[in-house]
Design a protein around this ligand. Sequence first.
Ligand code: ZN
Length: 363
Amino acid sequence: MRFVSPALKHIVYPVLSRSGYFRYTAGAGPAVVTYHGVFPAGYEIRNPALDGNLVRAESLRRQLQLLKKRYHVITPESFLGWFKEKVSLPPRSILLTCDDALRNTLTEMLPILQELGLSCLFFATGASVGKMPSMLWYEELYLMLLDASEPIALNLSEAGISIRLTARQEKHTGWWNLVERLSQFDREKRRKLLDQTRDQLKLSANWRERFVEDSTLASRFLTLDLAGLRQLAAAGMSIGAHSLSHPILARAPDDLAWQEISESRRVLEQALGQTVWAFGYPFGNAATVTGRDLRLAEQAGFRCAFMNAQGGFGATINRFAVPRVHVTADMSLSEFEAHVSGFYRALRKRLLGGGEVEAVVGG
Ligand SMILES: [Zn+2]
């Protein structure tokens, strides 16, 4: 769980940020930050758990301006050169990354990156090499549960799933339980089970259509198709793989985990005609990624692979578990710098002990 204190957020972080303490005490780098997209104009935040991983356009601009002014934002290729050939990097180097390749990365995020002359490593799933509009399945499931009236009774006998949720507040726990259980199946089987879920929740067969037809919802929830992904690449952005279908890898059997990791590299390379050297683990925290998955990423030919927690300057960098700072919608600007500088990670360790840090749900 993220450690949040109002006194830190409203008093300590702003003072330390203004005084330059964060940047002068930042440990060895590089540091890596993770975004998950930018809210399209006019989008109303539906639910903090669902939307908490995206940021507002204005927040992104202010965060990137701060990084440009006080740190050194490097290109993904410089990061690779540092890994591969030990090419030295400027002090306080930061790599920008963004997971999931939602449509808003092209329409909302790219213009801000271009305005500031920055590049970013985007992690796309196998869905982005297709032509059909696609949603992240775990977001689709969350939206279905939000729309369903209680009590919710689900019986997916093929998957051995039988759950009953009687209160609104149980939806979040029930949802994550389903995400864990459905991650053991491949994309096709999971699609079938999601359709059964929609029927059992008494949602109409065309329930999903409004996310395709409404341009604001489409920008928030749909992933880029191949044309969109090619536009990102043509704009000078780098593309990495984020698995075929975004399961919790730790819940997938060996053959499925291998397919999700290695095939995502193959299909993206084939579709884009370029080398895909980086992998971003779906969800990307210690509860969702195992040592086996790190080995599979290496065996699949990636040069490095990224987690989604424990980041900031001074973090230990393992090539196949590169830590990142997970940027969330509720972060203030000085709080963002506290995370990037490594101050937050060090403080949390001191106050709450070692071990796994963030229980990141999105990713
Ligand atoms: Zn993701």
